[in-house]
Design a protein around this ligand. Structure first.
Ligand code: SF4
Length: 926
């Protein structure tokens, strides 16, 4: 049903209950407002949006006025305009501009002041100090504050924090940060939402104040996490002035996190690699010296020819499988597609992998086994809008997927979603949970089986769903029966009462969605953990429905896309198995080369090596060369002392990177790559939503986008081999990434309907998109699982590879923090982020601190059987006694991967970063 009303003689249709302001905005009619934003609760306090209604006396605020059918509204009468000028004049009397140059092209307040022709008031003494807050990102100038309180409401309603409040009364009232110190939630995350919502510049971006106005604004997608926020880059003279919210961003609207909004300065950092470099011994044709010797800056032609000749030589001598390619989840879909095409078509090996091996390989494998598709089944909008209950297990959502984390907080605060958090640490999102299950690290299967045992005992399963859509239920049920709450409590440390309560909350509030991340996947039991969660959602019939599903949150910006593109050793793009003869025939026909030996197939049907296996194959010489694109295994792999020895044994290493890294230090050829602000293409976020990436800057120095570098090496290798393209997609003459996407669409059924043109029109495409007219698939497994019937697996709890003992009495678990990103190569080069989080911290429970002689937060060593790292101790009850937590963002002797264990899930080949045994010792000042 719709209602109709007239606004300034224009007939408008609206939804019942809609306000005049929202309907006017939807119809493209501007009504001024300063306290209002469509994403905030309307308060009608500034009065600027006053309108007249025929037949009623006085003025009404359009932002709070609900439409009544037949209503006649006027927003531009002489009286309305007179009132607006009076309001603006009053606000201007309090407003003082200290004259610093804002980077904002024009604030909303100044726009309306100019539009209504008001003169600026004479200069007067400021009442407040300018730049009055110590936050490294938020510039506070209360002289410009007009008390609209949008910042206060944005912090509470959008971010789910309550940092800003109002102090004082009347003329002395002012916004203050951190007024309510009793609120645990009142912790600033430097997300900048307050700045984005401020209409006057009273709050501004500290990094941008004084930078001046942009000459270009480019909308692109964030290159940090898998949430996939979009924003506007303000650029002038080839430099980023600031990142601004784009209110039309489909994933995030006005929201961004601290990294997305303020983590951009790395792109101009003097450490950027700008010139190709090769080792002197390669130029001189001499033997490789220890440590590989000096670097020599060179030109692209020399570097590319050298790479092609060296790789071709190794392949001639030892076969294609003596070479491995590591692609990158930081790169675009188009680049990942070309990386695996380079490995498979040009080199002739399935030895291609990327960092999904270290984060969600168990998700991809486990969900494919249970359902036939290894991706998030539902979307953010769907989860936040329809779920009645949510289980977050092994995901520090508000720190690692901050904008989605904030949306979950909104769903709890506004809709009363029942949230259960299962995590060994008291992660921030646990503050919003009805129950926090603090199980011991490595006991996830026991915990989930325990919850399902209670559900089955109470008959809470969805038997109709199980009977019609699933196989394997009886064997599963028989296994789960042994996991009584009492037994599970002993294994996990979670009380029987909490187990029973959690089971009831999750089973009786439908639909229920499960969300997880690396707390589930980075175990030797990563695949069984994922299969247990698959079991849970089939048991409750929560698959293929809005508000339910399995929702692994992918880490890197494009780790979903890198997997989709086949940068994996066992599948071509679109998860088409290399073992499938018909699939191989299809790719062979598409990528056919003239000059290849007759009768010899282009590809074998044997999957290649996982990255974790490639590294160890370097030592024995089974793998002689590595081509690494944007990855830093010497920072991110476990048990680094061993990994360093493996890399030292490798004969030839090519690295394409934006910064020098620990891995780059062991390269033979180092190529300068473009950063994501300098690239064109697409990323696929964790929801399977494919989004455009637009270059806002030219690559620094001689740097090139990774896809161009790959194409150049490929052409030279094919020329050395005397092979020419014959198949319809065999060539490497791509004019732009759009042409690569066309090839992806031609060869990848789930991307068949994707094109840059559709995305540029603003279409929101979630794969599978099987054709050019298909709208995409926001929810997977509706009515039928991708594999037909869903499969229950009977899973038993298995302990981690290494548990504490007398020599190493503490359990180490690892993860990330809000202010840094993965290997930290970008965030460690951003000033404000380093101010907030300058060094590696290790969380230690105060009881353990006492036990091991720490008398306060001081530096400690963390030692395992494999190595040692040094960090500052943070004494906190976020961890349980007996558990220490460390992040992996810092290199050298601060790197926790000197300590972690190389123990792999046997199917997914993912390392067990979440559990190993360590000891700590205080470092006394020298
Ligand atoms: Fe970028 Fe993720 Fe932050 Fe969004 S939540 S701004 S995608 S890092």
């Amino acid at each position: 049903m719709t209602v109709r009303f007239t606004l300034n003689d224009q007939r408008i249709e609206a939804e019942p209950g809609q306000t005049v302001m929202n309907a006017a905005q939807a119809a493209g009619i501007a009504i001024p407002a300063l306290c209002h934003d469509r994403t905030l609760t309307p308060v009608g306090s500034c009065g600027l949006c006053g309108v007249e209604v025929e037949g009623r006396r006085g003025a009404f605020t359009a932002c709070t006025l609900p439409i009544v059918d037949g209503m006649v509204v006027r927003s531009e009468t002489a009286a309305v305009l007179r009132t607006r000028r009076q309001i603006l004049a009053l606000l201007l009397r309090e407003y003082h501009d200290a004259g610093y140059a804002s980077a904002d092209p024009e604030t909303e307040f100044m726009y309306w002041v100019r539009r209504y022709g008001l003169p600026m008031p004479p200069a007067r003494e400021p009442r407040h100090a300018v730049n009055s807050d110590p936050n490294p990102f938020v510039w506070v100038d209360l002289n410009k504050c007009i008390h609209c309180n949008r910042c206060v409401r944005a912090c509470a309603e959008v971010q789910g924090r309550f940092v800003w409040g109002i102090a004082g009364r009347g003329r002395d009232s002012r916004i203050v940060a951190g007024a309510d110190t009793t609120l645990l939630e009142a912790r600033c995350e430097s997300c900048g939402a307050c700045v984005a919502y401020c209409p006057t510049g009273a709050l501004d971006d500290k990094l941008s104040v004084g930078a001046g106005r942009p000459d270009t604004i480019v909308t692109t997608t964030c290159g940090y996490c898998g949430v996939g926020c979009r924003f506007d880059l303000h650029v002038r003279d080839g430099r980023i002035l600031r990142v601004a919210s784009n209110p039309h961003a489909a994933v995030n609207g006005m929201s961004l996190c601290v990294k997305g909004r303020y983590g951009h300065a790395f792109v101009h950092h003097p450490d950027r690699l700008a010139t190709p470099r090769v080792r002197r011994y390669l130029i001189e044709g001499s033997g490789r010296p220890p440590g590989r010797g000096d670097w020599v800056d060179t030109d692209w032609e020399t570097a590319l020819t050298l790479i092609a000749e060296k790789l071709a030589g190794i392949r001639r001598a030892s076969g294609a499988d003596a070479i491995g390619v590591l692609s990158s989840a930081k790169c675009t879909n188009e680049e990942n597609f070309l990386a695996q095409k380079f490995a498979r078509q040009v080199i002739g090996t399935h030895n291609v992998d990327h960092c999904a091996r270290l984060c969600h390989a168990s998700t991809v494998a486990g969900l494919a086994m249970a359902y036939g598709s290894g991706a998030m089944s539902n979307t953010f909008d769907d989860l936040c809008g329809h779920a009645e209950a949510i289980l977050i297990i092994g995901s520090n959502t508000t720190e690692q997927h901050p904008v989605f984390g904030a949306r979950i907080r909104q769903a709890v605060l506004k809709r009363g979603v029942k949230l259960v958090v299962a995590d060994p640490r008291r992660v921030d999102i646990a503050e919003f949970a009805m129950l926090h299950l603090r199980h011991r690290p490595g006991t996830d299967v026991a915990l989930i089986n325990g919850l399902m045992q209670v559900m089955l005992k109470n008959g809470w399963q969805d038997q109709a769903f199980i009977d019609t859509r699933c196989d394997g239920f009886e064997a599963f049920r028989a296994t789960v029966e042994a996991y009584t709450p009492e037994a599970v409590s002993l294994t996990t440390g979670v009380s029987v009462q909490d187990l029973n309560e959690a089971a009831a909350l999750l089973a009786l509030n439908k639909p229920m969605a499960v969300i997880w991340a690396m707390g589930i996947t980075q175990h030797t039991t990563g695949v069984p953990n994922v299969l247990s969660l698959s079991n849970l959602q089939m048991l409750l019939g929560n698959m293929g429905v809005p508000g339910g599903g399995v929702n692994p949150l992918r880490g890197q910006n494009n780790v979903q896309g890198a997997c989709d593109m086949g940068a994996l050793p066992n599948v071509f793009p679109g998860y088409q198995h290399v073992t499938d003869e018909r699939v191989r025939a299809k790719f062979e026909s598409a990528w056919q080369l003239e000059g290849a030996p007759a009768g010899v197939p282009l590809f074998t049907g044997v999957p290649g090596m996982a990255s974790t296996d490639m590294v160890h194959a370097l030592r024995g010489g089974k793998l002689r060369a590595l081509y690494i694109i944007g990855e830093d295994p010497l920072l991110t792999d476990p048990d680094l002392n061993d990994v360093r020895a493996c890399f030292d044994a490798c004969e030839f290493i090519v690295v394409q990177e934006i910064f020098p890294s620990d891995t780059a230090a062991r390269a033979d050829v180092l190529l300068p790559a473009a950063a994501f602000f300098e690239k064109d293409g697409t990323f696929t976020n964790t929801e399977r939503r494919i989004q455009r990436v637009h270059a806002a800057l030219k690559p620094i120095g001689q740097a090139l986008p990774d896809w161009e570098v790959l194409a150049q090496v490929a052409k030279r290798m094919l020329a050395i081999d005397g092979r020419r393209p014959v198949g319809p997609h065999a060539g490497w003459d791509y004019p732009a990434p759009a042409a690569v996407m066309d090839e992806i669409a031609a060869l990848t059924p789930s991307y068949a309907g994707v094109s840059h043109a559709r995305l540029d029109r603003g279409e929101q495409l979630f794969w599978p998109v099987p054709g050019p007219d298909h709208p995409g698939t926001p929810i997977l497994h509706v009515g039928r699982f991708a594999r037909g019937k869903g499969m229950f697996y009977a899973i038993d709890h298995l302990p981690p590879e290494e548990l504490p003992d007398a020599d190493f009495p503490l359990l180490l678990t690892t993860g990330r923090v809000l202010y840094h990103w993965h290997g930290g190569e970008m965030t460690r080069r951003v000033k404000g982020l380093l101010e907030i989080y300058p060094e590696s911290l290790v969380e230690i429970h105060p009881e353990d601190a006492l036990r091991f002689g720490l008398d306060g937060s001081r530096h400690v060593t963390v030692t395992s059987r494999r190595g040692r790292m040094r960090a500052k101790a943070l004494l906190t009850e976020r961890v349980s006694p007996g558990v220490v937590f460390a992040n992996f963002h810092f290199p050298g002797d601060q790197n926790i991967n000197n300590v972690t264990i190389f123990a792999l899930d046997p199917v997914a080949r993912i390392p067990e970063y979440k559990v190993c045994a360590v000891k700590i010792a205080r470092v006394d000042p020298a």
